[in-house]
Design a protein around this ligand. Structure first.
Ligand SMILES: Nc1ncnc2c1ncn2[C@@H]1O[C@H](COP(=O)(O)OP(=O)(O)O)[C@@H](O)[C@H]1O
Ligand SMILES: [Mg+2]
Length: 481
């Protein structure tokens, strides 16, 4: 149920048919065409037709002008100029071409065209308008003709198209070459990052059968805060109080959830409540966290270079961390043998450490930790690993993206201990789904489960947060009874 993706949008029915063969250029919708085919079937067919016609003319004009531009200048030279100057250069030449060829265009159309051409020559081509939008969480390009985006938790098809797979591949190449990497037949898989911090993955043919697949997780400059999560209903005000206390009183926390469920966002929120005099070290595959504290050391893993050398893994980082006198260690995403080192760190005085992990429930999260350690080649009996998990992890917070696209914190769960071979856990807070409204929006509520004295009570008291904790837990009980 959780994390099910819904597709919105048509399958390209409103797209000009001829456009695939005719213009040798990147199609981009003119200003009057909506950027997305959201719920396209409800749009009036007549309107779609005129828009289609217009956009086709636009592509043809653009193709003519682009062709003339390429003849007039050396694109390779141009891309060496800084963007401002290159743009000016292109603007002059394009204006000249327009007047020589007698192309009839309004000023705004000319500007649009100029932007488009600059994007192709200097930037990421058809991706630029998507990269410029702040409301998009992910961009998923499945070959030249299909680009999806995720907005507000929902996946939608866009009308962005690339001229062909070669153009798409070129853009992928341009992206990864910025960090000194290469993607081609011999190394068809590549992770990279855009200058703005967005994370990029490229997988090219022959592995990707229908053309290069490019996935971009957009970097959000303005990270969400816990108060905003409350506003969105991801957690109740009382639940957020409990989270703030958990962050402050140095519980060891594991944040569990599916892809895009909001794990990193939540981790970032929790780090806000770390006291400013603590020394924090973060380890990430691609730096996403934005800690507000002064005393933070940020570390990032490194993939192997073109010769396959020089990789620095998450495990290397976490182990090195331990020699850096950290007070807390934050691991962006735990996915391998570093699980062992993180648990050890949590167990040896670095309490208040945190990490995220991909899993669908708090219990599954502990199971996943266990198998990461087993698969990492540590030959320890299962019972020993479980003991280690129980004595290290205090709290598991579960994030989920529900079927209506909303993101919620569904569990705040404590790890209690062992009964025989089984780890015992107790939920402090849960999200209860009550139903669905007429628009398919899920109706639910966060409630405390009635545990008045959580296991970390003493810890809270040590930090003088016990009254606040009791108040938050009590309040969410009253609310639901
Ligand atoms: N509670 C929330 N409400 C709305 N959007 C959210 C919420 N939590 C996260 N997001 C957005 O969802 C996207 C994915 O979040 P992220 O934390 O990176 O997920 P994960 O780390 O689980 O893959 C981001 O664009 C983020 O801003
Ligand atoms: Mg993440």
């Amino acid at each position: 149920m959780f994390g099910k993706r819904t597709e919105i949008g048509d399958n390209g029915a409103a797209r000009p048919k001829k456009a695939q063969s005719a213009p040798a250029l990147t199609p981009k919708a003119p200003p009057s065409v909506p950027a997305l085919h959201q719920n396209a079937p409800s749009a009036a067919p007549a309107m779609l037709q005129t828009e289609t016609k217009k956009s086709e003319e636009y592509y043809i004009t653009k193709s003519v002008i682009f062709g003339a531009l390429i003849e007039a200048i050396d694109l390779a030279q141009l891309s060496k100029l800084d963007p401002e100057n290159a743009r000016e250069e292109i603007r002059d030449i394009v204006n000249e071409i327009i007047s020589i060829k007698n192309v009839v265009m309004s000023i705004s159309e000319q500007e649009e065209l100029l932007d488009d051409i600059c994007n192709d020559v200097l930037g990421y081509g058809p991706l630029e308008p998507l990269l410029a939008r702040d409301d998009i969480a992910d961009i998923m390009v499945n070959g030249a003709l299909k680009t999806y985006i995720e907005v507000g938790g929902k996946i939608q098809l866009t009308n962005i198209r690339f001229r062909d797979n070669a153009q798409l591949m070129n853009i992928c190449q341009r992206i990864v070459s910025q960090i000194g990497r290469r993607v081609d037949d011999s190394s068809p898989i590549c992770d990279a990052r855009l200058l703005d911090g967005s994370r990029v993955n490229v997988i090219a043919p022959p592995l990707a059968i229908d053309g290069p697949a490019l996935t971009i997780r957009k970097f959000k400059k303005d990270k969400l805060t816990l108060d905003q999560l409350v506003k969105f209903g991801a957690i109740s005000p009382e639940g957020s109080e409990v989270l703030k206390i958990i962050g402050r009183v140095r519980c060891n926390v594991l944040i569990s959830g599916g892809t895009g469920s909001g794990k990193t966002t939540l981790l970032n929120c929790l780090t806000n409540y770390i006291d400013h005099d603590e020394r924090v070290i973060t380890c990430e595959d691609a730096a996403e966290l934005q800690l507000q504290q002064d005393h933070v050391v940020r570390l990032e893993t490194r993939p192997p270079n073109l010769e396959g050398q020089g990789a620095v893994t998450m495990r290397d980082l976490v182990r090195n961390c331990l020699r850096m006198r950290p007070e807390r260690i934050i691991v962006g995403e735990v996915r391998g043998p570093e699980a062992f080192d993180l648990l050890q760190a949590m167990n040896t005085g670095h309490d208040g450490s945190m990490g995220t992990l991909h899993s669908n429930s708090p219990r599954e999260a502990l199971g996943r930790l266990e198998s990461m350690i087993t698969m990492g080649g540590f030959s320890l009996p299962a019972k020993t690993i479980r003991d280690m998990i129980v004595s290290s992890i205090d709290i598991v917070i579960q994030a989920a993206r529900l079927r209506d696209g909303s993101r919620r914190i569904t569990h705040i769960t404590e790890v209690l201990g062992m009964e025989g071979d089984v780890v015992t856990m107790q939920d402090l807070f849960i999200y209860e789904i009550l139903g669905e409204d007429s628009n398919g929006k899920i109706i639910g509520r966060h409630r405390s489960t009635g545990i008045g004295r959580p296991r970390f009570w003493e810890r809270a008291r040590y930090y003088g947060e016990d009254e606040r904790l009791a108040a938050a837990l009590d309040a969410s009980l009253v609310e639901t009874e």
